[in-house]
Design a protein around this ligand. Structure first.
Ligand code: ZN
Length: 306
């Protein structure tokens, strides 16, 4: 595992070393790509303040929801496109190599340091689950530096960007929710990434297995974009079922046919341990300059087969 992240560090460091600052033309280029520097607080605590001032004090909840939605959707799209561009430029095709560069890229871009926790099960299907900390998230940092406290997690862009990068690396649609956050006085910022239809169950399972986290994780938010998307999909399913049901009733009435039995499908999603497949020699927690990952990540979850 250490070798995996060491290789990722080499690739990402090479990418960021190729930097040209040219104030005379107002440009910063990294590996031939134009970049922009943005002050962290402007994308976090100050953005929330701006939106709240536009909505008015009596609509604060609505304002925060609006800010969260914009920041998450923007960051998720950035995570996906940055990953796609980076993988292409550095000629990375293996999903593990692609995913491994994410935390290191994150660190170089000053978003956060990433520590992947042993409960993680990254897989190219709907069993995907990643649990990780961003102890120095730029968003919570902005709140702490401004001596501001929040009752809910504030690292929305960290959640969006990291889940976007994972999605681009592995394939399944993914969403992240932050369950602990330094801005609400937790010791770290902790995230869980999973497919949208499974994220709530993953969080519930994690909290059940880590009861000391439960009281602190009470105010997590599942990003609205994915909630809306799931609601739209549920609505479409209900409409399809309704149309199918209407069609069967119609056939039955006109032709006396019995409704055909619906085919049932059974899908078994086996957890796929990336560490085991790619680094069987890992025997201890691997720490690199920009990320940490525990080899306990290889341990099968209760009831899961590998
Ligand atoms: Zn946070």
């Amino acid at each position: 595992m250490h070798g995996l992240f060491a290789a990722a560090e080499e690739v990402v460091s090479r990418f960021f070393r190729d930097r040209v600052d040219d104030p005379g033309h107002g440009t910063i280029e990294i590996h031939g790509e134009r970049y922009v520097l943005v002050r962290a607080a402007a994308l976090s605590v100050e953005f929330f303040d701006l939106v709240r001032s536009l909505y008015g004090e009596d609509r604060r909840a609505e304002a925060d929801e609006f800010a969260r939605t914009i920041l998450f959707d923007l960051a998720h799209a950035m995570g996906r496109t940055d990953a796609r561009n980076f993988h292409k430029q550095m000629n990375l095709t293996d999903p593990i190599a692609r995913l491994s560069t994410g935390p290191v890229h994150f660190a170089h871009a000053s978003w956060a340091f990433v520590e992947i926790l042993p409960e993680s099960r990254p897989a190219p299907d709907d069993s995907y689950c990643l649990v990780y900390d961003h102890p120095y998230s730029f968003e919570s940092d902005a709140w702490v530096r401004n001596t501001r406290h929040s009752e809910v997690p504030v690292c929305i862009m960290n959640a969006g960007y990291s889940s976007g990068w994972c999605e681009e690396s592995f394939g399944p649609t993914l969403v992240a929710a932050e369950i602990l956050c330094r801005a609400k006085s937790d010791e770290t910022c902790r995230f869980i990434t999973a497919p949208p239809e499974r994220i709530a169950a993953r969080i519930a399972a994690y909290v059940a297995e880590n009861p000391h986290v439960g009281p602190r994780a009470a105010h997590f938010r599942i990003p609205d974009f994915f909630v809306r998307k799931r609601e739209e999909e549920d609505l479409k399913k209900r409409q399809d079922n309704s149309n199918a049901s209407y069609g069967r009733r119609r056939n039955s009435r006109h032709y006396g046919a019995s409704p055909a039995a619906s085919p049932t499908t059974s899908t078994t999603s086996s957890a796929w341990c990336w560490a085991r497949q790619h680094s069987r020699s890992a025997s201890s927690t691997a720490t690199t300059r920009y990320s940490r990952i525990s080899s306990r990540l290889c341990a099968p979850a209760k009831g899961q087969r590998h």
